[in-house]
Design a protein around this ligand. Sequence first.
Ligand SMILES: [Zn+2]
Length: 76
Amino acid sequence: MARKHRPQQRSPLPRALFFDEKADRIRSCESKDAHPSYEVARAHALSNGMGDVLNAYECTYCGQWHLTRRREQAGR
Ligand SMILES: [Zn+2]
């Protein structure tokens, strides 16, 4: 038990942040259907019988609305 945990807070990795942003963009935007408004996104979820499962959120990348499972995004 000689090893100690290395603190990881003091080692920012710009490359990792850049990569993560790109991955996040694909995960939360490019891989999903985009809807022009909250109402349209909600209607799409309801038409699939997923109204209780999916949340609509305004995308920071494309400015449109995507659907996500509620467990992924807590809050309202
Ligand atoms: Zn988007």
